[in-house]
Design a protein around this ligand. Structure first.
Ligand SMILES: [Zn+2]
Length: 71
């Protein structure tokens, strides 16, 4: 397990409206199933190019704005 870089650590503390940090690239392989955006919001998965950490940004109010991607 690689340690999260500082930027990823900070990202987890940011609000859902905050943009991903510079090394986070959106994952487009569909591993995160898009929820019904009208009802629950949408998850967007990112992978850090620096430390390899997977992070998820969610517009779902029942989820944290930023959370660690479950392995
Ligand atoms: Zn990172």
């Amino acid at each position: 397990m690689i340690a999260r870089c500082r930027a990823c650590q900070l990202q987890l503390c940011k609000s859902r409206e905050e943009r991903p940090h510079a090394d986070l690239k959106a994952v487009v392989d569909g591993s995160i199933e898009a929820k019904d955006s009208a009802i629950k919001g949408r998850d967007t998965a990112y992978t850090c190019q620096k430390c390899g950490t997977g992070l998820v940004n969610s517009t779902d109010k029942t989820e944290p704005g930023w959370r660690k991607l479950a392995a």
